[in-house]
Design a protein around this ligand. Structure first.
Ligand code: FE
Length: 290
């Protein structure tokens, strides 16, 4: 049983997205175009309204899942099918765009500002045109537990601690494991990841050390830590502790044709998507809510 080594540490790059939201991006850049099956990772964090108030007005998606993990603040959302709501600090929205959804994601200006992550997960070719679906995972529905080693965990997808904790999201083809981890100074974390699955830790804040006890590598957030293959991810909280999202999933090894918010397998499918948008055939079915 081997500990996964750090393969790469990536410093997020400043990016302006949506109608003018200033954020930092670590997957979906020239340096790291994707990390199969992860397509994008954005981190937004600001208490200056000018950095985020423009938000993400109506825009389409096809072929992917978007996972929004809100740390602080509020984001109101609405879509072309009349599904509206708001997510607050601690909430997660897991949206399966499938064949197509048009939505807006608008941060609310508040004294505490806004912070969170948005991760895009690719859908396998045979599921790209499935019916759109939302999972609204509210903070009070997500179990927050402290392990014997002092790590605070919130399991979002898949299982943790050898099956002792289960996240609300399961049964997806790429078998994602997403765990929000808070490590106070000196706390330990060890989690099994199936060999061959892609795995990364995004350290939002603080300092976390990864790897074998005698070969620890310290990482100061914000940073993306990409792991090489192995059986476990092992982490220790640094002097003031830290927080990271651990994400792992089975790679798809399929061709990627990407055009902004559409991610398909071939250039023809992207052309078809643009033609569907022009002809009003982009929205196919009503989204399901769970
Ligand atoms: Fe979006």
């Amino acid at each position: 049983m081997t500990i996964r080594p750090i393969e790469q540490i990536i410093r997020p790059q400043p990016t302006v997205e949506g109608a003018g939201v200033h954020l930092i991006r670590s997957i979906g850049t020239r340096q790291l175009t994707n990390l199969d099956p992860f397509l994008l990772l954005d981190h937004f964090e600001s208490s200056t309204p000018a950095d985020y108030r423009a938000g993400f007005p109506f825009h389409p998606h096809r072929g992917i899942e978007t996972v929004t993990i809100l740390r602080t603040g509020e984001v109101r959302h609405g879509d072309s099918l009349g599904h509206t709501g708001a997510i607050h600090g601690g909430d997660i929205q897991w949206m399966t765009s499938g064949s197509g959804i048009l939505h807006e994601e608008m941060p609310v200006v508040r004294a505490e500002g806004i912070s969170g992550l948005q991760l895009w997960l690719n859908l396998p070719a045979r599921e790209k045109m499935i019916r759109p679906k939302y999972r609204d995972l509210r903070a009070d529905k997500l179990e927050d537990r402290v392990t014997d080693d002092g790590a605070r965990l919130r399991v979002i997808a898949g299982e943790a601690e050898g099956g002792r904790s289960k996240g609300p999201v399961s049964g997806l083809s790429v078998a994602p494991k997403f765990i929000d981890v808070v490590l106070p100074a000196g706390a330990l974390f060890r989690e099994e990841i199936p060999a061959g699955h892609t795995a990364f830790a995004y350290v939002d804040c603080g300092r976390v050390s990864f790897g074998e006890r005698d070969r620890l590598q310290s990482v100061d957030g914000p940073a993306l830590v990409v792991f090489g293959d192995g059986d476990f991810v092992r982490a220790e909280g640094g002097a003031r502790g830290g927080r990271f999202l651990l994400a792992a999933a089975r790679p798809l090894h399929e061709p990627i044709a990407r055009y902004g918010p559409f991610v398909m397998n071939t250039a023809e499918e992207i052309q078809q998507t643009l033609s569907d948008l022009r002809s009003g055939r982009f929205i196919r079915e009503e989204a399901a809510t769970a």
